[in-house]
Design a protein around this ligand. Structure first.
Ligand code: NAD
Ligand code: DAO
Ligand code: ZN
Length: 369
């Protein structure tokens, strides 16, 4: 079939709206009509060329929501008409990783997904007979996309596509990091570095679980108002404090953070996030994706004396199991998604969405089809 897509032809070039070819779903695959897609930093990271695994040409996009229109042979868990969120972290429920219940990093289709291909090693997208890569197994910057069955989460039908698409990445990453990865408990003091599309969701999850102090750290003072609306109790602008940031936060929290989260992708801030943790038990979670080849460092004594350094992908969420629950949190008014979606525009304006992100003027832009 012919579909409308924003094609990334090469590094650093604006996306081009094209009519391209999409083959139908094969065994174990589903065809989904994408109704809306968020534009995330990871799309920009790949488009910039900083992503060592970036492949071109590709249909980017990994934060979508839509409707199943056709299923291939052997598909059992979804049917035409079902509303779904594509999952860049699938959940096969059969691989060693899924069965371990220790991780959400299902490996069932990891190799082909990383090569921009469907599980049988081919692409469903092409233009003029030339293959176009899938991206993160999702490719949501197209009005139709083909996905493995294990890479869609079935969601309730009353959830608005142009809001819950954000649950396909940013919301789940932030909320999940608090409730699945860190398991923050009521009364904890939490420090969040970077108050963007991820950090703001950490804030609202910390409030939801009953955290005590919720300290937000950002160099952009414009981030303060929305962060406070979502539950931030203290704002720290590193450019406005006297002295070093780490002792400042340890003093503010009277001993250090019980939990800290790095939501920027800056390896120097990752070190600050660890070292502002409470001696003996503080846990620091890395969420930000650093540039290729960058490394983190600290004095090992930071860990010897009880601080824990860990990371979180997709909030530790098992997509097919947990994403529908996060949609319920939104639909039941427990989390605020609407205020974080600052811009909505047709797919034709997707390059404007990238510009807004680069200028720090949006939290999340959503493109619709
Ligand atoms: P964003 O740009 O919306 O937010 C980043 C914030 O950090 C901004 O408000 C910016 O002002 C602030 N900031 C920048 N430098 C700073 C510094 N030195 N000190 C304090 N604040 C600083 O980004 P986002 O969409 O929230 O994404 C954050 C990171 O998370 C990115 O690296 C993204 O790729 C990554 N990410 C990770 C996952 C995952 O599963 N681990 C999922 C999605 C996104
Ligand atoms: O090795 O199993 C694996 C793949 C892990 C992918 C996790 C991606 C999470 C971070 C990227 C940001 C996503 C928007
Ligand atoms: Zn699996």
């Amino acid at each position: 079939m012919q579909v409308k897509a924003a094609v990334a032809y090469s590094v650093g070039q604006p996306l081009t709206i094209e009519t391209i070819e999409l083959e139908g779903p094969q065994a174990g695959e589903v065809l989904v009509e994408i109704k809306a897609s968020g534009v995330c930093h990871t799309d920009a990271y790949t488009l910039s060329g900083a992503d060592p695994e970036g492949l071109f040409p590709a249909i980017l996009g990994h934060e979508g929501a839509g409707v199943v229109v056709e299923v291939g042979a052997d598909v059992k868990s979804v049917k035409p008409g079902d509303h779904v969120i594509p999952l860049y972290t699938p959940e096969c429920r059969q691989c060693e990783y899924c069965l371990s219940l220790k991780t959400n990093l299902c490996q069932a289709i990891r190799t082909t997904q990383g090569r921009g291909l469907m599980p049988n090693g081919t692409s469903r997208f092409s233009i003029g007979g030339n293959m176009i890569h899938h991206y993160m197994g999702t490719s949501t910057f197209a009005n139709y996309t083909v996905l493995p069955e294990i890479a869609v989460a079935k969601i309730r039908e009353d959830a608005p596509f142009d809001k819950v698409c954000y649950i396909g990445c940013g919301v789940t990453t932030g909320i999940g990091a608090v409730i699945y990865t860190a398991k923050v408990e009521a009364g904890a003091n939490v420090v969040i570095f970077g108050l963007g599309g991820i950090g703001l969701n950490i804030i609202q999850a910390a409030k939801m679980v009953g955290a005590n102090m919720i300290v937000g750290v950002d160099i952009n003072p414009k981030k303060r108002a929305l962060a406070e609306k979502l539950g931030m109790t203290h704002f720290v602008n590193p450019h406005e404090i006297a002295g070093d940031l780490v002792p400042y936060i340890i003093d503010l929290t009277k001993g250090g953070a019980d939990y800290s989260f790095e939501c920027i992708g800056n390896v120097n801030v990752m070190r600050q996030a660890l070292e502002c943790c409470h001696k003996g038990w503080g846990v620091s979670v890395i969420i930000g994706v650093a540039g290729a080849g960058q490394e983190i460092s600290t004095r090992p004594f930071q860990l010897v004396t009880g601080r824990v350094w860990k990371g979180s992908a997709f909030g530790g969420a098992r997509g097919r199991t947990d994403v529908p629950k996060i949609v319920d949190l939104y639909m039941n008014g427990k989390i605020n998604v609407d205020d974080l979606i600052t811009h909505v525009m047709p797919i034709e304006q997707i390059n404007h969405a990238f510009d807004l992100m680069h200028r720090g003027e949006s939290i999340r832009s959503v493109v619709t089809f």
